[in-house]
Design a protein around this ligand. Sequence first.
Ligand SMILES: NC(=O)c1ccc[n+]([C@@H]2O[C@H](COP(=O)([O-])OP(=O)(O)OC[C@H]3O[C@@H](n4cnc5c(N)ncnc54)[C@H](OP(=O)(O)O)[C@@H]3O)[C@@H](O)[C@H]2O)c1
Length: 277
Amino acid sequence: MKTFILGAGSMGEAILTGMIGGGRFQAGDIVVSDRNAERLRAIPAARGVNRFGTNAAAARASGAVVLCCKPRDLDGVVVELEGALSEDALIVSTLAGVPIEALQRKFSRRKVVRLIPNIASSVNAGVTVWAASPDLSPEQSRWVRGLVESLGRSIEVQDETLVDLATPLSGAGPAFTAYFMDSLVEAAVEAGIPRPLSIELVGGTIAGSMKLIEAEGWASRAVRARVTSPGGLTAECIAALERRGFNETVLQAVSAGRRKTMEMKEGASAPCAAGKS
Ligand SMILES: NC(=O)c1ccc[n+]([C@@H]2O[C@H](COP(=O)([O-])OP(=O)(O)OC[C@H]3O[C@@H](n4cnc5c(N)ncnc54)[C@H](OP(=O)(O)O)[C@@H]3O)[C@@H](O)[C@H]2O)c1
């Protein structure tokens, strides 16, 4: 099935790169568009993929449209694609906070899949939480599984609210991890370790720790306990984190993401700006 990726920003690029890198999709079966032609030229994975003059022409030539624009651009896209989607078209949305029901209503199509991937999809190491409307054909269901699995770990849920709840965790999560890495690097530099060595030490430690935690069935608490002997150096560091409210800060960060997702959800429930609802 021809796949049209609409929007080649961070997520569109990650999905395109992951699809091609995963080996299940050929560049010739993918169509990509972005408002900015320069952006498309700068994406290595976009070499060899198809481009059409308009989003409508690209949608007409494709069986599935993967929406990778921002939620604020959705209503404009609905107008652009009016009349271009077949009755059977599969709409795959990465848009945070936009429910399946709103997409079905805006596009007047039944077959909708909602994904929250993350940026690690570009190296086939993403985690994608997704929910589908019950209207997909067996072939479309197989195709979606193939798409998501080629991006990394696939978590299908029946309860769509889990997609919203996962958004600040797995969707924004790579930024949390990178932020923690940056903080450790700054601490290392402050302590006098040259920056390149700090980056290698911290990056290698995070990558190695995650490999170990995964190998032990995600037993993060057990791994933590093994490194933290009572009264020892690690215990001293963790106590300092706890005194400064590390847990509470993380909780607040996730709550802020949840609030933002809900705001986006409310925005998506409003009628189309162009009057089509
Ligand atoms: N980034 C993440 O880690 C992440 C994680 C999970 C979900 N998501 C979701 O993924 C979606 C995309 O996010 P992003 O971070 O990739 O945003 P982004 O970097 O801003 O990319 C969106 C791209 O789509 C283009 N675009 C907008 N309207 C278009 C249209 N009508 N035709 C063609 N191209 C169009 C934009 O062009 P302009 O720059 O000209 O507007 C931009 O290049 C969002 O809905 C977000 O909720 C993102």
